[in-house]
Design a protein around this ligand. Structure first.
Ligand SMILES: NC(=O)c1ccc[n+]([C@@H]2O[C@H](COP(=O)([O-])OP(=O)(O)OC[C@H]3O[C@@H](n4cnc5c(N)ncnc54)[C@H](O)[C@@H]3O)[C@@H](O)[C@H]2O)c1
Length: 580
């Protein structure tokens, strides 16, 4: 994303972001930060005094304080089952906090992943044995199908489930769990169609349970800080966001003889190294002939089951089971873009996508291997921006691309305003730059350090303070000490902790979860409903799935308000889907 920035320029951008956040926090415009000092008007004064912060000093609030669930002491962990123990199930296990979510059972139809969820893997997938200790992990119950798990609900004392299964199964599994009275945290994308998303929302309402969807950026303190800086207006008039997730899956697939010995005969080996097209393991193929697969997972020919083990393992390649690049990657970044633009819905989408690289015999697939989409979003003065604006021409263009053949740039979002640019890179770092002013030397650009003026009273604006000399380590050594944002959580842990907190709060209230709304359209109990609840997540699904339809039909599709309304049956697939 930060394509041609030197290390010094990156350090400048990072320092600028921290400076701007600090300046805004001191004037009460950064609810995510704690400010030291005696002024009672300053935000979070009590916490700052408790933390012994020097006057004027600022630090980011912890995620628990920011999301309002710091008062956990005395609560028992929520008894939770994980359904789907694959790649993402492993990440969630690796990041969960057993003090909030106690995993008492796991459920997966694939034997190899059942082993992996206990043993762990490389990177973030630490495994249950490591987290709970081997002795304690032995008590975690194992199920090879959902019905058996739900039949043992009372025996297990189950209160909630985390679902990390392929997209086509989300709504059917979530509904069965909600039917059993369980609270549900289901991975993104919410469901394979918008009608199914609407069904899930209605179920959560009717059953009075929590439904949270795993778009983790809603729980990233890094994004929260970035949003507050954007909201302060220092970027000026935002007309364009460029988002992307490039990756290179074009290298030939290789395997050692020992690895190859584990592959099932009769299935084509992947041609390229591609996480979406994995080898089929003998262990899984032997355990899951089609009739057994059908018995364990919703039949074989309907939309919820898998016709064979290949479809189960490589589910992202097929239209029935996955939603392609837009569902898997684009949904996260469009989610981020719509958060940055004030939780607005888009106006229209068009794009180009296709199988430009993979082809018959070479990791063949139904899903596209390259996409480039353009969204028209309402700017802040547009009538659809909910701010009483009247300017129909105030449009923000958001472009999104993802290709499988080049990974030179990092993934991220670049927000371009008339007074500044913000780059959010890899969910981990934020860089901020000021636009240079005409005729004013060193008044902006990549080498310029900034402060934010007017934060207290007038309109906050970036002002240049100095320019780094650039050139080598000397300049780098002048960079500020490692920032508090370096350790910013990606959101998984926070999302699960807050979910557990909401479960306990509703139990304390002794009433079913209520999604009742105030007259302003906001949830009456929004503090104790997960941030990415059904209606929010459905909007992300609409973005991702409608852009697929626009690319398939080579059309510009205009979004309809009724699609975003869970009480109306209207859905984009009815009008623009393949069969429409
Ligand atoms: N939030 C994120 O950043 C993020 C990242 C990656 C994946 N995901 C999402 O997580 C979900 C899972 O993705 P993944 O990469 O882990 O896929 P995966 O194929 O690695 O794992 C899915 C697991 O679900 C199991 N499964 C399938 N049907 C089942 C059923 N009926 N009952 C029980 N288990 C069943 C499979 O056997 C497999 O082990 C997807 O929705 C994906 O989009 C989210």
């Amino acid at each position: 994303m930060a394509l041609d920035l030197t290390p010094e320029q990156k350090a400048t951008g990072k320092a600028n972001f921290e400076q701007a956040a600090g300046d805004l926090a001191r004037s009460g415009k950064m609810p995510s930060m704690m400010v030291g000092g005696k002024d009672p008007k300053k935000p979070n004064r009590r916490d700052a005094l408790k933390a012994g912060l020097a006057a004027g000093a600022v630090v980011p609030l912890s995620a628990a304080v920011y999301y309002g669930y710091e008062s956990w002491e005395g609560n028992e962990a929520v008894k939770t089952a994980l359904i789907g123990c694959g790649d993402e199930g492993g990440v969630l296990v690796g990041d969960h906090n057993p003090e909030y979510n106690r995993i008492v059972a796991v459920c997966d139809i694939r034997p190899s992943n059942m082993t992996r969820i206990f043993d762990g893997d490389t990177g973030p997938r630490k495994g249950l044995n490591k987290i709970y200790g081997k002795d304690e992990a032995k008590d975690i119950a194992r199920y090879d199908n959902l019905s058996a798990l739900l039949a043992d609900k009372s025996k297990l004392g189950l209160e909630a489930v985390v679902i990390a299964t392929p997209l086509n199964t989300h709504d059917v599994i979530a509904k069965a769990c909600m039917d059993a009275g369980l609270h549900v945290l289901c991975e993104k994308l919410m469901a394979r169609t918008i009608s199914k998303c609407k069904g899930m929302i209605k179920y959560a309402q009717d059953k009075g349970v929590l439904l949270s969807i795993g778009h983790q950026r809603h729980y990233s303190t890094l994004y929260a800080h970035a949003l507050e800086v954007v909201n302060a207006g220092v970027l000026g008039d935002i007309k364009h966001i460029r988002a992307q997730w490039p990756r290179n899956n074009s290298w030939p697939f290789t395997a050692s003889a020992a690895e190859r010995a584990k592959f099932a005969p009769g299935y084509k080996e992947p041609y390229y190294r591609d996480g979406w097209c994995r080898p089929i393991l003998k262990e899984d193929a032997d355990a899951l002939p089609p009739e057994k697969l059908a018995e364990l997972a919703f039949g074989s020919v309907n939309e919820y089951g898998f016709k064979n083990v290949e479809e189960l393992v490589r589910w992202r390649l097929y239209d029935k089971t996955g939603g392609g690049l837009m569902a898997e990657l684009g949904s996260h970044q469009l989610d981020a873009s719509s958060i940055i633009l004030g939780h607005v819905h888009p106006l229209a989408v068009s794009g180009i996508g296709g199988k430009f690289f993979y082809g018959p015999g070479r990791n063949d697939r139904e899903s596209d291997d390259g996409v480039f989409v353009t969204f028209e979003f309402p700017g802040k003065n547009h009538p659809k921006a909910h701010r009483g604006g009247k300017d129909e021409s105030d449009i923000v263009i958001v472009t999104y691309s993802s290709f499988n053949t080049n990974s030179f740039e990092d993934y991220g979002e670049c927000i371009m305003g008339s007074r500044g640019t913000m780059i959010i890179s890899k969910e981990a770092e934020v860089y901020l730059y000021k636009e240079p002013e005409p005729g004013k030397k060193d008044s902006g650009g990549r080498d310029t350090k900034v402060t934010v003026t007017g934060a207290g009273g007038g309109k906050p604006a970036m002002e240049a303070t100095s320019t780094w000399g650039g050139g080598g380590g000397a300049a780098i050594s002048k960079a500020p000490a490692a920032s508090a944002w370096d350790s910013a959580v990606r959101g998984y842990r926070t999302e699960m902790e807050h979910f557990a907190y909401c479960v306990r709060k509703w139990q304390e209230m002794r009433q079913p979860v209520s999604y009742e709304k105030n007259s302003d359209g906001r949830l009456k109990y929004e503090e104790i409903i997960p941030r990415c609840h059904g209606e929010v997540a459905m909007a992300d699904a609409i973005l991702a799935l409608t852009s697929n339809m626009a690319m398939a039909k080579k059309e510009r599709i205009v979004f309809e308000d009724a699609w975003f309304d869970p009480t109306k049956a209207d859905a984009p697939e009815t009008k623009h889907g393949k069969k429409a």
